[in-house]
Design a protein around this ligand. Structure first.
Ligand code: GAR
Length: 188
């Protein structure tokens, strides 16, 4: 039986696209639907090019969770991957998908995580703190932002001259390289 994974993304969706491309010839990993909380997120354009339906839920509907759970059941979803998704996952989804929801965070948790620490804010904070390394953390999702058990981390060096944009580029490289592989390994 193929594993059906829902991708959740709030913005550009470059990780979602990279994952879809990585598994494009797979018969065991399928991505039947993309879910977003922003109707104008670029991830919808990417979804169109892959002919994958993408659905937007408002913040309110998302936090209630029952409608989204209904949709996930319609698509027979087994697992959820948060690929640049910025809302808290509601309890109803955590209970329906125990240990089946993972997230990628663009830093080495537990550093630079928590509410408000996402996307570019993370890289700005790392540059401002003069960190000498950053990286990615792939972790299970629980009811607190960025606190679920860590599955995988990869590091990159940060130079004093690195701007937040340069840090973002290094981190994105790690995301593209490792996120699909970790998914494949975790749920094969
Ligand atoms: C990624 O760098 C991801 O790690 C980060 O958002 C970016 C989304 O980029 N996620 C978080 O900050 C979650 N706390 P993308 O939309 O191009 O994949």
């Amino acid at each position: 039986m193929p594993l059906k994974i829902a991708l959740f993304a709030s913005g550009s969706g470059s990780n979602a696209e990279n994952i879809i491309q990585y598994f494009s010839h797979s018969t065991t990993f399928l991505f039947p639907v993309i879910i977003s909380n922003k109707s104008d997120a670029f991830v919808h354009e990417r979804a169109k090019t892959f002919q994958i339906p993408s659905v937007t839920f408002s913040r309110e509907d998302f936090s209630k969770g029952d409608e989204i759970l209904g949709l996930l059941k319609e698509y027979n979803i087994d697992c959820i991957v948060l690929a640049g998704f910025l809302l808290k996952v509601p309890e109803v989804l955590l209970q329906a998908f125990p240990n089946k929801i993972i997230n990628i965070h663009p830093a080495l948790l537990p550093k630079f995580g928590g509410k408000g620490m996402y996307g570019h804010y993370v890289h700005e904070a790392i540059a401002a703190a003069g960190e000498t390394e950053s990286g990615i953390t792939i972790h299970y999702v629980n009811s607190n932002y960025d606190e679920g058990d860590i599955i995988f981390q990869a590091k990159c060096r940060i130079l004093p001259s690195d701007t937040p944009d340069m840090i973002a580029e290094k981190v994105h490289k790690l995301e593209y390289e490792y996120f699909p592989r970790v998914i494949a390994e975790l749920w094969r």
